[in-house]
Design a binder for this molecule. Structure first.
Ligand SMILES: Cc1cc2nc3c(=O)[nH]c(=O)nc-3n(C[C@H](O)[C@H](O)[C@H](O)COP(=O)(O)OP(=O)(O)OC[C@H]3O[C@@H](n4cnc5c(N)ncnc54)[C@H](O)[C@@H]3O)c2cc1C
Length: 415
């Protein structure tokens, strides 16, 4: 009887356990060790409590390293994951833009179905077991519990499924990386990804609560070159901006560390010249109104006044007094409203970790760790992150399933 320990009871660890039990007829003893009081806590918080677990538009290019994820995703793509979940009792549906959710639109159902199946298959689950040390001895691993001095469990096969460092209250606190240190397995620098961006409070305070669709660009400060642009809804906070498009921008910024600002194109449908023409028409229409009204009916009121203020125009002067230079400046700000980046909301509020276990440390076909024997890594713990839209859980499920299969293959080959 071979013992397998999976460190981490998140999406990846759970799928790995299911995969091992389903793919072997040999007797295998599979145990999930989870540092929190229950497994799958993060799953419950995903997709605003609905769990967007995969996407019909799944493609390697949705991830930071398309080449690395290809072998896994070509075997366990979105269809395979949907089908597998259905086979264990979970119905699903597309809600929008290919995003797949449980039919119930409740993340609790996803976890419940998986827990029931873990139980049916006889997977052992030990909670409140935070692994703080792994030691290799005589070809087996001793896996220590931080909460019980000198207590350890032993196994023949070890799977690291500890997640990254994002949303530590939901379990993944970055502790997994340090377990690999004694084995000289490299971990890259890590940063919060899919997270809101902090910016200038003076500008944003009055916009708190506003949601507005526009183009968001990441612009290199030095060259003024736009290096990333996407259209979407920006959610204005008192001290920063958020929303899917901003979260995607944050991942780009985290991955390409540099000196950037954010530009918002508040009217992507119009060119700069169109915008100038529009403003000149409004100058005629609103000539006797105060400047603060110039953008009424064009932009949300507060956003309009923030733009005019940023152009350093006296808010109490009249529209008819606006010079061509004033009009050009306002148009320029509508097309590229600059926001300084003052950081992000940190790992606490990030959905994914950018960076992780270096991909050169594992074989992309099996996710086996090159420097260790019979040890594997799956899920977000690796330096793999995907876009918003179900791609991160898809990776966790698919990589967990693949590792489970590879563990079974190895057990069979060594029998
Ligand atoms: C608020 C939020 C919303 C999200 N929404 C979506 C979404 O809708 N769609 C999507 O695709 N992705 C979403 N994500 C991202 C997605 O949830 C993760 O990428 C995915 O769950 C990662 O799975 P994982 O199993 O690799 O890691 P995790 O889910 O982080 O699981 C790791 C587990 O390991 C445990 N652990 C860690 N260290 C140890 C240790 N030393 N000893 C024992 N146990 C340990 C942790 O407690 C945790 O349970 C969201 C993330 C957040 C935070």
């Amino acid at each position: 009887m071979k013992d397998v320990i999976i460190i981490g009871g998140g999406a990846a660890g759970i799928f790995c356990a299911l995969s091992i039990m389903e793919n072997t007829k040999e007797s295998v003893n599979v145990t999930i060790l989870e540092r929190l009081e229950k497994i799958g806590k993060k799953i419950l918080a995903t997709g605003n409590g609905k769990c967007n677990f995969t996407n019909k538009n799944l493609a390697p290019k949705k991830y930071n390293n398309p080449k690395f994820v290809t072998p896994t995703l070509s075997k366990y793509g979105y269809k395979e994951i949907v089908k597998y979940l259905e086979s264990i009792g979970l119905l699903s549906k597309e809600i929008s833009e290919g995003r797949m959710y449980p039919y119930t639109e409740s993340a609790t159902t996803v976890l419940e179905v998986m827990r029931m199946h873990l139980q049916r298959l006889g997977v052992n689950i030990k909670t409140n077991y935070e692994v703080n040390k792994v030691v290799e001895r005589n070809g087996r691993y001793l896996v220590y519990n931080k909460n019980q001095r000198n207590y350890y469990l032993e196994c023949d096969y070890l799977v690291f499924a500890c997640g990254g460092a994002s949303a530590p209250v939901l379990g993944s606190n970055g502790s997994g990386y340090s377990l690999l240190k004694p084995f000289k397995v490299k971990v890259t620098d890590i940063y919060p990804g899919l997270v809101g961006i902090k910016s200038e409070i003076m500008i944003l305070k009055v916009l708190n609560g506003l949601r507005f669709k526009c183009n968001v660009s990441v612009v290199e400060k030095k060259t003024k070159k736009s290096v990333w642009t996407q259209y979407g809804e920006v959610q204005f906070k008192g001290d920063g901006i958020s929303g899917i498009v901003v979260m995607e921008a944050s991942t780009f910024i985290a991955r390409h560390q540099g000196n950037y600002i954010i530009n918002l194109d508040l009217m992507p449908e119009a060119s700069l010249d169109d915008t100038i023409r529009m403003l000149n028409k409004r100058k005629e229409l609103f000539e006797s109104s105060e400047v603060s009204s110039l953008l009424t009916g064009m932009l949300p009121k507060m956003l309009g006044s923030v733009v005019v203020k940023k152009a350093s125009i006296d808010m109490n002067s009249y529209v008819k007094n606006l010079t061509n230079a004033n009009i050009n400046k306002i148009a320029g700000l509508i097309k590229a409203f600059p926001l300084e980046i003052k950081g992000d909301y940190g790992f606490e509020r990030s959905q994914v970790t950018v960076g992780g276990v270096s991909l050169s440390e594992v074989d992309s076909e099996s996710l086996e760790i090159k420097k260790m024997n019979n040890a594997y890594i799956c899920g977000e713990m690796l330096d793999v992150d995907g876009e918003c839209g179900g791609y991160n859980i898809q990776w966790a499920f698919a990589s967990g399933y693949l590792v489970g299969k590879k563990v079974v293959e190895s057990i069979k080959n060594n029998a």
